[in-house]
Design a protein around this ligand. Structure first.
Ligand SMILES: [Zn+2]
Ligand SMILES: [Zn+2]
Length: 298
């Protein structure tokens, strides 16, 4: 399965990173076979599921890779030596739609590839840390119902805020600072509690979990020096987005082609339901279009 985003770069290497990650649809889709090794996930029902789902996210204190050191609050995770054994989990399940927000604290050059993020059905409370494999991708994925992806290396520099979530269709998204969301994969199986899993891998040396409870996505409100959200163009009469009636309609949905939405509204629809409001067709992507200008015909 060569298209698997996670299967690249299991070994450290020097040199530039070919970024293969795109937000456009992957054809992989569908249910993912659960690996034969159910041992690690056995009995995940009924532990702490559902309880304390409003509690701030921390790293699970016990289930962590052999190289991970944490602060007492479980908010920061630092990988010691090597590029591997950096797996960490959230201490509680994360609901579909709930954002997991983190900041990259330290970047260590000299490795190939960085942070991996995703979700797993493994209950970290029922896992023995020595049993953890060195990598989320591909090891933990092969051993358990886990869905993760590699983030583009350019997006996981120190200081960047990364937010990731699974939507109600099982699509895994990530968002870096104020950039547009990246669709990472579309095959996360819902229906059981999902814990966030992160691999503090390679060039990503340390991360910090952020509070995302106050905002639908913390990256929308957290400023990062030198990077700000693109200003929304104010629409001319007749060219407004039909959702917000303020910004210019400058996108169209792929594949149905329906325009009439500004990029903010289009992306929000894509993230939330991924259904075109005009025709209910499934949205696979959002394309930019130039709004018609004065002097052009219809
Ligand atoms: Zn709009
Ligand atoms: Zn449509």
């Amino acid at each position: 399965m060569g298209a698997h985003l996670c299967s690249e770069a299991a070994l450290p290497r020097m040199g530039p990173t070919p970024v293969s990650l795109v937000w456009l649809p992957q054809q992989r889709g569908g249910a993912r076979a659960v690996g034969p090794e159910e041992r690690m996930s056995a009995g995940h029902q009924g532990s702490q599921d559902g309880q304390a789902t409003g509690e701030a996210l921390r790293f699970h204190a016990a289930a962590r890779g052999a190289q991970v050191r944490m602060d007492e609050q479980g908010r920061t995770a630092l990988r010691g030596a090597s590029f591997r054994d950096g797996i960490v989990f959230s201490q509680r399940p994360v609901r579909p739609g709930e954002r997991v927000a983190l900041r990259v604290l330290r970047h260590e050059p000299g490795w190939y590839g960085g942070l991996r993020v995703g979700f797993t059905r493994l209950d970290p409370a029922r896992m023995a840390a020595p049993g953890l494999p060195p990598f989320v991708c591909p090891d933990l994925e092969e051993q358990s119902p886990t869905w993760a992806a590699v983030l583009p290396e350019s997006s996981v520099r120190a200081g960047n805020v990364v937010c990731f979530w699974v939507n109600h269709r099982g699509w895994l998204f990530a968002k870096v600072n104020a950039a547009r969301p990246l669709l990472l994969r579309k095959d996360v199986l819902l229906g059981s509690p999902l814990w966030a899993v992160m691999d503090v891998y390679g060039t990503t040396k340390a991360i910090e979990l952020l509070d995302s409870g106050a905002s639908p996505c913390v990256t929308a409100t957290l400023g990062v020096p030198g990077q700000k959200a693109e200003p929304e163009p104010k629409a001319l009469p007749g060219e407004e987005c039909i959702i917000c009636f303020h910004c210019a309609a400058d996108t169209r949905f792929v594949p149905c082609g329906h325009p009439h939405f500004c990029s903010s509204c289009a992306w929000r629809i894509f993230e939330d339901t991924a259904k075109c409001p005009m025709c209910r067709w499934q949205i696979e992507g959002v394309a930019a279009v130039q709004p018609p200008r004065t002097g052009e015909g219809s």
